[in-house]
Design a protein around this ligand. Structure first.
Ligand code: GLU
Length: 481
């Protein structure tokens, strides 16, 4: 590796949903590598995809990184702390660099309409030919371009990709991978909404932020040839690419929330200790050696080397995580143990949320824990509950709950008003009796018929636990059937 330059790495999450375990995994390796080399870690929020953008997501990403105590080393000042860089605040920079490429003849404006592009795709499909942009606007004359611009015709900026030859990707763990250039069409750099695509913004920022090592997940390998062509077009040196193996479900498919909870908020709520989570994630890509499975971040910092990263797809096995967590719980001091329970289970803010929901249902306080255990637990026991509404088939019911889960996944602000709206809309669409809809949801999320008002209860329980229980109870019903 280049020993001359100061090591600078970055994590570049897109704020599109739940803070993902994959982000913690990648951050850990970036963090450890930068610390080992007296380098610097940068947090950059890649928020240029406005259709998938979720406002609450950035806040939750930062909260998760704070929970794991993975600190970054620079950024705009936010109340005495480092904030993140945000790509949405750097649009002029990307525009300027896109213009540069146009003036050098390395990129061009494309005025093709969505209709034309979809016809083109259909034709390619019918003919069984290669998919991709056909280059219609590649050689427009400057008069034509100017006149279309003067008429305010919507346009995008595309990168001229090489038409033949190979594009070499140099990956630190894999060596050189050669990609056949004819597989790649002219990539969009600036979209018609004026926002850059991931490719342009990522390369421009990695260059301007002087990133020396791009440590990211394997899924981005397919984007790397596009980045390599961009580096060449700008005449910028490439950073070193290090693509870590993807986390996988038990069945070896790419980790997905349908098969494993993937939200860091979920594991925090479940009561996984951050130290255990980091230890677990370290084991996902790397082995300490000496058959040692339990080690601290400091120990990892001493021993880590990319040489011991194995490319086999690591399985994200929750049982293993919980086993590790158990070891960490056993080693907690009495004070830390009590603090954890007070902070994470019986904290004042949470109890205040429960006050109005529970007080009318108690005639003595010794009922509290038993009656409202669902406010404090993760999984529920569904045995003996008749969840499935009488006149509905399991298939229809599953469809409804899966659709509900999709709506809940996309909910940016988890509050009573939004939840109510989702339920009312779905109920109207499926035209079931309210009881057929609300009672199963109540049973699935609280495990009892006798819980406080549903929407208020779900608002307090929070997004992670509610979605997890809906998913779990669906699995339970399918297994039972
Ligand atoms: N924004 C990309 C993500 O969401 C970043 C990938 C990269 O590190 O280049 O993971």
């Amino acid at each position: 590796m280049d020993q001359q330059k100061k090591v600078r790495v970055r994590i570049a999450p897109s704020p599109t949903g739940d803070p993902h375990v994959g982000l913690a995994y990648i951050t850990l390796f970036n963090y450890v590598f930068s610390k080992q080399n007296a380098g610097e870690l940068v947090l950059r929020i890649e928020d240029t995809d406005r259709t998938r953008y979720r406002r609450s997501s950035e806040e939750r990403i930062i909260r998760s990184l704070n929970w794991l105590n993975l600190k970054w080393d620079e950024g705009p000042d936010v109340g005495g702390k480092f904030g993140p860089y945000r790509q949405s605040e750097r649009l002029d920079i990307y525009k300027k660099y896109a213009e540069d490429l146009i003036s050098k003849g390395k990129a061009y404006r494309c005025f093709c309409t969505p209709e034309r592009l979809s016809q083109m795709r259909q034709k390619q499909k019918d003919e069984g030919s290669r998919f991709g942009y056909d280059g219609k606007c590649r050689n427009l004359s400057s008069e034509k371009v100017n006149s279309l611009l003067a008429q305010k015709t919507p346009s995008v900026v595309r990168l001229k990709m090489p038409e033949d030859g190979v594009i070499p990707i140099r990956d630190h763990l894999r060596g050189v991978i050669e990609i056949d250039a004819s597989q790649l069409d002219d990539q969009i750099l600036i979209k018609s909404d004026g926002f850059p695509t991931y490719h342009l913004a990522n390369v421009v920022d990695d260059h301007l932020m002087q990133i020396t090592h791009v440590i990211r997940a394997e899924e981005w390998i397919s984007s790397t040839p596009k980045h390599v062509v961009l580096y060449q077009a700008f005449s910028w040196p490439e950073p070193e690419f290090i693509h870590l193996p993807l986390l996988r479900n038990q069945d070896r498919s790419k980790i997905s929330k349908r098969k494993n909870p993937t939200s860091l908020d979920f594991y925090r709520r479940k009561g996984v200790l951050p130290e255990a989570m980091l230890n677990f994630l370290a084991l996902m890509g790397w082995s300490y050696g000496e058959d040692k499975e339990i080690f601290s971040l400091d120990q990892m910092l001493e021993k880590f080397s990319f040489k011991n990263v194995s490319l086999g797809g690591p399985i994200f096995d929750i049982q293993k995580l919980l086993w590790l967590n158990q070891q960490y719980i056993q080693d907690l001091s009495e004070d830390s143990f009590i603090k954890h329970i007070q902070k994470n289970l019986f904290n004042e803010g949470y109890l205040r949320n429960l006050y109005s929901l529970t007080k009318s249902r108690l005639n003595s306080f010794d009922q509290f824990v038993d009656k409202f255990s669902f406010f404090f637990s993760g999984e529920l026991d569904y045995q003996g509950l008749s969840i499935l509404p009488k006149n509905r088939s399991l298939t229809d019911f599953k469809k409804v709950i899966k659709n509900l889960l999709e709506r809940l996944d996309n909910l940016d602000n988890w509050d009573e008003k939004n939840l109510k709206e989702i339920f009312q809309n779905q109920l109207q669409e499926i035209a079931w009796k309210p009881k057929e809809y609300y009672m199963p949801i109540r049973l699935m999320t609280t495990g009892t018929k006798d819980s406080p008002p549903l929407v208020e209860t779900l608002a307090v329980l929070g997004s992670e636990i509610v979605r997890y229980r809906l998913q779990n109870s669906l699995t339970y019903l399918s297994k039972k059937a």
